[in-house]
Design a protein around this ligand. Structure first.
Ligand SMILES: Nc1ncnc2c1ncn2[C@@H]1O[C@H](COP(=O)(O)OP(=O)(O)OP(=O)(O)O)[C@@H](O)[C@H]1O
Ligand SMILES: [Mg+2]
Length: 587
């Protein structure tokens, strides 16, 4: 039997979980870590690696490392990785592939099926891309589950008998989702979802990074964001400072060997306090309350009627976020779930539901909604004139899924043999203000005067949040032939097969003569010292997994200093000694 797991494919971190005797549990990765950084790197030998080791090379080899690919899912972006180039879907496939292998190692058997979570506010294209990524990784994606719904499942499994109105506020690394649920007798009923698919902790990092860059230029007279290395280092420092500011009111940012002034290396040391950081992110945090208001309005619920507010996502640890949310609801949030793990645990429960390990009979059931209004573009006749570009909704937002709705439209031209159906999501009356999803052409319409032929368009929104479109010409009763327009984002079966082969080949490369070998680094000053340094760095990376939070930050800093400092210098020797000591302490 093949196992089914639950996967939280996050912008910053990913997790895999399973249902062990009706209790969801996180599966640790090969390093013993529960969170796997969603970072993909290419090493010198041309091997792809995922997780902590890839993350460790983010600042030293930004050109052969990719992070936050989730933010590009569903776009036609090409992501360079060394001399190669991948789609965001392929990058995500590598991460899923790693999680699959880690789970297989854990079980000692094959894992071929998964429930994968997506932000509730992901569009059709982003969902399709996520499902494709699973397939490229050799996983059948049994279900795409909305992240806040997953978190609600993890929360709900301990509150099965309660009657509650729950709000899940999920602020991760790259996305923000909010869902309003009703819970009673083991039924979790999502009433409304809203969010912002491009807002998260990475945006806090960016603002803080810009602030630090401005200070470096002002206080040290050094350029700060000139190249990819500097940007990656500063971003990593900004994230560390941000995380520190969740527990202390002021922190130091230190960047050894930032640049040269008058032939001398200059190191940077700055202090940043929580007030300043909060000033920077205030607007972003405030902006999360708009989708919260919208979701509550759609669910017909006043903030005061909400019984539990559940915070998930790493960025919900930011004190300002907790304060703003508490102010909004007039009470502090619940700490009933682990903000990093709830989504993966919920995905494992859903996997258990699919596999029949837990069931409605045993007390748990969920229903979800479609977060967007979906419809088509039409022309309207006004004062005897045809106006194009109007939006005609077919499925209103926050309809319980699966849902199927049909609307009937007429032809507008004389002897019109073909109709173009352009599908949009959004709530604006004009399509130009909504998001274009797809276009189809309906052919084979019998000739007749304008308006004589009627076409029924049926939208079905499935439980995965994926839209299916069907049309029928009423006079002939025939299902119209749908020709999917060349949508660059959708893979043809051949492209899919090619992508699958490429991911498979690049994941576990045999020897590819065509692949140029990356240049080996120049020999270092003293023979053997380069190897020692590499060995020390790998040992440190291996320890990152198990190291306590405080030491982990220190480890990362020292690895970075060691990688950046010229061999033989005092700084290198110091970092070497400090790292050796720290490893001794951790051993
Ligand atoms: N203690 C903390 N204080 C502030 N921010 C934190 C803290 N711990 C983690 N974060 C931030 O949380 C984010 C990661 O959260 P999480 O792992 O929930 O995101 P994700 O699941 O990868 O992203 P998404 O759900 O948006 O796809 C990062 O931006 C990280 O810097
Ligand atoms: Mg997340």
């Amino acid at each position: 039997m093949s196992r089914m797991v639950g996967i939280d494919l996050g912008t910053t971190n990913s997790l895999v979980a399973w249902l062990n005797q009706a209790r969801p549990e996180i599966i640790p990765n090969r390093n013993g870590q529960r969170l796997t950084p969603s970072v993909v790197g290419l090493d010198r030998a041309g091997h792809i690696h995922v997780g902590e080791t890839a993350r460790a090379q983010l600042t030293t080899h930004p050109e052969s490392t990719v992070s936050e690919a989730k933010r590009l899912m569903g776009t036609s972006a090409r992501i360079p990785l060394g001399s190669r180039e991948y789609s965001p879907t392929e990058i995500s496939a590598f991460i899923l592939r790693q999680l699959k292998e880690d789970a297989e190692r854990f079980f000692g058997e094959r894992v071929n099926e998964a429930v994968v979570t997506v932000p509730a506010y992901f569009t059709d294209a982003q969902r399709q891309a996520t499902r494709d990524a699973g397939e490229l990784a050799g996983l059948k994606v049994e279900r795409l589950l909305n992240e806040p719904t997953a978190a609600a499942l993890a929360y709900g499994i301990d509150h099965l008998d309660a009657e509650k109105h729950v709000v899940v506020y999920d602020l991760g690394g790259g996305t923000f989702d909010v869902s309003v649920l009703e819970m009673f007798a083991g039924v979790l009923d999502v009433k409304a979802s809203s969010g912002n698919a491009r807002l998260g902790g990475a945006d806090f990092d960016r603002l803080l990074m810009q602030e630090l860059a401005a200070r470096i230029e002002r206080e040290y007279g050094l350029r700060a964001l000139d190249d990819a290395h500097a940007t990656a280092r500063l971003k990593a420092a900004a994230e560390l400072a941000k995380i520190a500011l969740s527990s202390v009111s002021s922190t130091n940012v230190s960047l050894p060997f930032w640049g040269m002034v008058g032939g001398q290396p200059v190191s940077i040391a700055m202090e940043i306090n929580r007030d300043r950081f909060e000033g920077l992110i205030d607007g972003l945090v405030r902006s999360t309350l708009e989708p919260v208001t919208a979701a509550l309005r759609d669910a017909n619920l006043a903030p005061a009627a909400v019984t539990d507010v559940v915070l998930v996502g790493g960025s919900s640890r930011v004190p300002l976020v907790q304060r703003k949310v508490a102010e909004f609801f007039g009470r502090p949030a619940r700490h009933g779930v682990n903000p990093d793990e709830a989504i993966a645990l919920g995905a494992a429960i859903q996997a258990g539901l699919k596999a029949g390990q837990v069931s409605a009979a045993r007390g748990i059931m969920i229903s979800d909604v479609s977060p967007f209004t979906l419809g088509v573009e039409i022309s309207k006749r006004a004062f005897d004139e045809l106006q194009n570009g109007h939006f005609s909704p077919i499925i209103p937002r926050n309809s319980t899924v699966p849902v199927s709705r049909t609307e009937v439209y007429s032809t507008t031209g004389h002897a019109q043999a073909e109709v173009e159906i352009r599908v949009f999501q959004g709530d604006a009356p004009l399509t130009r203000d909504n998001v274009f999803l797809d276009a189809y052409s309906v052919q084979g319409i019998p000739p007749g005067p304008a308006g004589s032929e009627k076409i029924a368009i049926t939208f079905t929104y499935d439980v995965n949040g994926i839209l299916h479109v069907k049309t029928k010409v009423l006079s002939t009763g025939k299902e119209a032939k749908l020709v999917v327009d060349k949508n660059k984002l959708r893979l043809s079966p051949e492209e899919r097969e090619r992508a699958r082969e490429r991911v498979e080949r690049d994941w576990s490369p045999v020897v590819h003569p065509a692949e140029p070998t990356p240049p080996t680094p120049p020999p270092t000053a003293s023979a053997g010292s380069g190897d020692d340094r590499e060995r020390l760095i790998s040992a440190a990376v291996a320890h990152l997994a198990a190291a306590p939070e405080a030491q982990r930050a220190m480890l990362r800093q020292l690895i970075e200093v060691l990688q950046l400092s010229a061999p033989g210098t005092t700084e290198a020797a110091r970092a070497d000694a400090a790292l050796t000591d720290l490893l001794f302490e951790l051993a």
